[in-house]
Design a protein around this ligand. Structure first.
Ligand code: ADP
Length: 541
């Protein structure tokens, strides 16, 4: 028997219509690449988005199902594109601006992008590869200064494109399961792969990100989007804020800790997101130059890699700011789990509270997670048994874009195999120990690189640590620790070994420690283990 409720498609069109109807006065503030502050309302954005939709159809010949890419920082025009492109039933494809020329060229060709909207400051990058992406029909330049010149073919200025268009546009009708947007994985562990999201998956994911057990975002919030829009749609926040009526603060290229702290302070930000390296930078900057008044930041959401416990503690003790961890992937839109404390945690010691806060947390409603052991059986929820995280749910990938054989990525019963290794405790808190590819196999025993890194980063003389496997004749692999010392500090390998031996078995402790000036980072700010392995294993130590 069928239910008797209306069929109301969950689309991004309904999100922007809602934002304009209910929160027309809410603001979007951008610190533009040239440093100027731009501020307008949801209603202003709505009007311009409709003009842009007209331009996509009338001037750029965009049809349903076409892929339209962006190559841009986080700013208001990028938000307009997020809604206008799906609004004409095309697919919005934010390209990662930090990838190499080869990777971007590969992705643009693989996705078959028809038009690319590009920031003027990023144009020189594309001029180098333009002969190799010849199916792109137009380049639209955003925030171009006067007299801007480019060799990109068919280049049009964004403002000129929309200037004479009407703001009257009927969104193209789509099914909620139609493609809405796409992202490629950032290739931390292999070649980039395309993930094609539906209107429905974007909508349902956004509702969960704003819910109390996750972001707890409401009309009282001012949300700073540090996570790039090309990194899984800034973790869904452009859709979340429109639904929640939260003001959006866009930093564009101003991502250095000093600029971020200034924005947090001046714009009275209450909620922000970022990978751990961003929060490390912000913490150090706050310590060096504390703002005159206490920040209004009530919460920060950290994800993308494991957050050092010492940092969560530091933020809370030194600045009264609490953070929480979220886990997810490009393939999961991204939010899968969140680690917030619950009432049952109120009796825990301070130390146990922090330990829980840096776990990856509990499943969000709409997804299911299981831990599968190497022998294929499901691990018990004992907080000890390790296995691979498998996930299924309403915003989880069902197959990669244009990949014929997906069998390596899915279990026989259809769950997505994440490649992350974790335990789950009796309360359902997930705790990631590593990625399968980063685990170190020494003499038949597994060593967690993440556990060693977090322990090393808790040492008062160390600011960053990254552990990789290096080949070893006797043990097959051994851990190598690369550490970045805090300014003016030095420390011997012997002391570090003794420090680790307090928590680790002797076979787990690295034999070699290398002090380096900085750890290479991936395009989304994570420690780049692929690059470290290239540096230290190919050359042989
Ligand atoms: P890429 O796979 O290219 O790095 P993603 O952003 O999709 O790009 O990364 C997803 C991966 O990031 C996860 O599979 C996991 O290994 C890691 N990750 C995400 N969130 C966390 C977290 N809170 N703690 C530890 N690792 C995380």
């Amino acid at each position: 028997m069928k239910g008797q409720m209306m069929h109301y498609p969950l689309t991004t069109n309904t999100i922007i219509e809602y934002g304009n109807r209910v929160f027309a006065h809410k603001e979007i503030v951008t610190k533009l690449p040239d440093g100027t502050r731009h501020c307008y309302t949801f209603q202003d954005m709505y009007v311009r988005t409709k003009k842009l939709a007209n331009a996509l159809v009338n001037q750029l010949n965009i049809h349903p199902g076409d892929k339209v890419a962006t190559f841009a920082w986080n700013h208001y025009q990028h938000l307009e594109l997020y809604y206008a492109i799906p609004g004409v039933a095309a697919v919005c494809h934010p390209l990662n601006i930090r990838l190499s020329h080869e990777q971007v060229e590969y992705i643009v060709n693989h996705a078959e992008d028809k038009v690319i909207f590009i920031d003027a400051t990023l144009v020189p990058f594309f001029e180098k590869i333009v002969p190799l992406v010849d199916q792109v029909q137009h380049f639209v330049i955003i925030n171009a200064p006067q007299h801007f010149k480019t060799t990109l073919p068919n280049a049009i200025d964004y403002e000129e494109l929309i200037a004479n268009e009407s703001s009257d546009f009927n969104w193209v009708q789509v099914d909620e399961n139609d493609a809405c947007a796409m992202c490629y994985t950032s290739g931390t562990t292999g070649a980039p792969k395309g993930v094609l999201y539906s209107h429905r998956s974007i909508y349902l994911h956004a509702q969960i990100v704003l819910s109390p057990n996750a972001g707890n975002i409401s009309t009282f919030d001012k949300v700073l989007m540090v996570v790039p829009q090309f990194h899984v749609f800034a973790w869904g926040l452009p859709f979340v804020c429109m639904m929640a009526g939260a003001d959006m603060i866009m930093p564009s290229s101003h991502l250095q800790p000093v600029s971020l702290v200034e924005i947090l302070d001046k714009e009275k930000v209450t909620f922000a997101t970022g990978v751990p390296t961003i929060w490390m930078g912000i913490y150090q900057e706050l310590k060096k130059n504390p703002p005159k008044e206490k920040l209004l930041l009530r919460d920060y959401m950290v994800g993308g890699s494991a957050m050092p416990q010492s940092l969560v503690e530091g933020f809370e003790k030194d600045f009264g700011i609490t953070g929480f961890t979220a886990w997810g992937m490009t393939e999961t839109s991204p939010l899968g789990t969140v680690s917030r404390l619950q009432k049952m945690h109120s009796s825990l010691s301070q130390e146990e509270r922090y330990k829980t806060m840096v776990k990856q947390g509990i499943e969000m409603p709409g997804v299911e997670i299981r831990i599968v052991k190497e022998d294929g059986t499901i691990a018990p929820k004992d907080g000890e048994t390790v296995g691979e995280i498998q996930i299924r749910g309403a915003w989880v990938i069902s197959s990669y874009y244009k990949m014929e054989d997906n069998s390596a990525y899915f279990s026989n019963d259809g769950w997505f195999k994440t490649g992350d290794v974790a335990t789950m405790d009796a309360n359902g808190y997930l705790h990631i120990t590593d990625r399968i590819k980063d685990l170190i196999k020494s003499g038949g025993e597994w060593i967690s690189s993440v556990a060693l890194e977090l322990a090393l980063m808790a040492h008062p003389s160390i600011s960053e640590a990254c552990v990789i496997a290096i080949p070893d004749d006797r043990w097959q692999e051994r851990p190598l620790a690369c550490v970045v010392m805090k300014e003016g500090e030095t420390i011997s390998a012997e002391i570090l070994k003794a420090f680790l031996l307090k928590d680790f078995a002797p076979y787990q402790v690295p034999d070699q420690f290398i002090s380096i000036a900085q750890i290479p980072k991936t395009s989304v700010g994570k420690f780049d283990k692929k690059e470290l392995r290239r540096m230290y294993t190919a050359d042989g130590l």
